[in-house]
Design a protein around this ligand. Structure first.
Ligand code: URA
Length: 433
């Protein structure tokens, strides 16, 4: 088999056989196929696409390039969640403990942030002492003892994805539905859960900008998961403004704990987390309807069992559980600067991507993979889309090492204003089953 023939076939829009795809994935991973040939094929796939059969073969090849987790020692259906990511997206820290507290084991592997979006691993790393890279034995112990486990993706899960994603990252070939599907689903299938809820983000700051593209990605991932016996469901959710009031790692932990304490229950972040958790409870067999599942979610908050599950998870894995009750034990910023509204009116839009980049510049995110984060810095966003603000009210609080060098104008320009009330848009755009 020659790699040249695969590239030529795909360049003309032809289909690759499962054997050809397996040959490519093997060769890309072991280095026998040079990067320039893989990069050419990736670009041809971006332009020409892949059939469901090809996407399935690519997913399988990538899943089988490394180890697979065996979660069978933990009883019950295991349910995972994946979000395609966005600024301020911290639903894992909320729904993981809720789902576990309601009796459904929730095994999760997460990533570190790069660029304007944060990563779940970095948010957990803001809890002092918490081990965020668990061995397989530690992961299984956490799942067995607290029903919740979250760890950074280990290097032996889908190494082909690591290799191909690094190439995609530098060749402008990330935004492709079959490539995203295979990348995400190979890791999820290797992770060993029985069911998966997807949160596919849609909007100007997400991979998928239109509802049509987000639906196509959700359908593609749902089809691949189901073909492998995974229960699948996808929510398509709006992503433009930051999700919740916190951007930055310690701040995001605080926001999640506040929601687990029962605060901010009607915020978009809380509503989204509760709905995803309810979907997971139905898939895990803890409830037969979404309404019954929502009632369990609320009970886990009012009885404090969800927050207690998070405390147990943190303590079991070496973290300072008291930091969840005493935020002064979390990483702190040097200084805090208020940015005040320079006019009165209604907020009509907030540019989440721009705020994500500003948070990255403060040190909350990575410009480069090897950057060291400042876990205490970030942005508190005190206004939401649709809110009426008076001139002089606080729009943002900037948590920084030193605030003298901060340009307040850069923050002010992330908000668009209207003189008339702004129509409320639902965060939930569609459900794909
Ligand atoms: N996240 C992934 O893990 N893979 C992609 O291709 C895109 C987002």
């Amino acid at each position: 088999m020659r790699m040249y023939d695969l590239i030529y076939t795909k360049k003309l829009g032809g289909a690759l056989s499962p054997e050809q795809i397996a040959f490519w994935v093997r060769g890309a991973t072991d280095g026998s196929i040079p990067d320039e040939q893989s990069a050419s094929l990736l670009m041809a796939i971006c332009w020409r696409g892949m059939s469901t059969e090809e996407t399935l073969a690519l997913t399988l090849g990538m899943r089988d390039s490394g180890a697979r987790m065996d979660l069978s020692a933990v009883p019950g259906l295991k349910v995972d969640k994946h979000s395609t990511g966005g600024v301020g997206d911290k639903t894992t820290l909320i729904l993981g403990p809720i789902v576990a507290a309601c009796g459904v084991p929730c095994p999760m592997f997460s990533g570190r942030g790069l660029g304007h979006t944060g990563g779940t691993v970095d948010k957990f790393a803001a809890i002092p002492g918490l081990k965020v890279e668990l061995s397989e034995a530690e992961f299984l112990r956490s799942l067995a003892e607290t029903r919740f486990a979250n760890s950074a993706q280990t290097a032996d899960i889908a190494p082909a994805d690591k290799k191909l994603y690094a190439l995609r990252d530098v060749t402008a070939t990330v935004e492709s539905i079959p490539l995203i599907t295979a990348s995400i689903m190979s890791k999820k299938l290797a992770g060993g859960a029985d069911a998966l809820v997807l949160d596919v983000k849609c909007g100007p700051t997400a991979f998928m900008k239109t509802l049509e593209d987000a639906t196509a990605l959700a359908q593609s991932m749902v089809a691949v998961g189901k073909a492998h016996g995974m229960q699948m469901r996808a929510l398509i959710t709006r992503m433009d403004a930051p999700l919740g009031w916190a951007i930055g790692n310690a701040l995001e932990v605080m926001e999640c704990v506040e929601i687990l304490r029962g605060e901010h229950g009607d915020s978009e972040l809380a509503q989204m987390s509760f709905r995803l958790a309810a979907e997971m409870l139905v898939m895990g067999g803890a409830a037969t309807t979404l309404e019954a599942a929502q009632a369990k979610v609320q009970a886990s908050l009012s009885k404090g069992t969800a927050l207690e599950t998070l405390r147990c998870f943190v303590a079991l894995n070496g973290g300072d559980a008291q930091a969840l009750d005493d935020f002064s034990r979390l990483p702190q910023p040097g200084q805090v600067l208020d940015v005040l509204a320079d006019r009165a009116g209604y907020i009509s839009a907030i540019d989440g991507r721009a705020l994500g980049i500003l948070a990255m510049d403060l040190g909350a995110g990575r410009r480069d993979r090897n950057d060291i984060l400042d876990l205490g810095v970030g942005i508190r966003v005190l206004a939401q889309v649709g809110q009426k603000m008076e001139k002089g009210e606080i729009l943002f609080q900037i948590y920084a090492k030193a605030t003298e060098i901060i340009d307040s104008n850069a923050f002010l320009t992330t908000m668009a204003w209207s003189s008339a009330p702004v129509a409320h848009q639902s965060w939930l755009l569609a459900v794909i089953a």
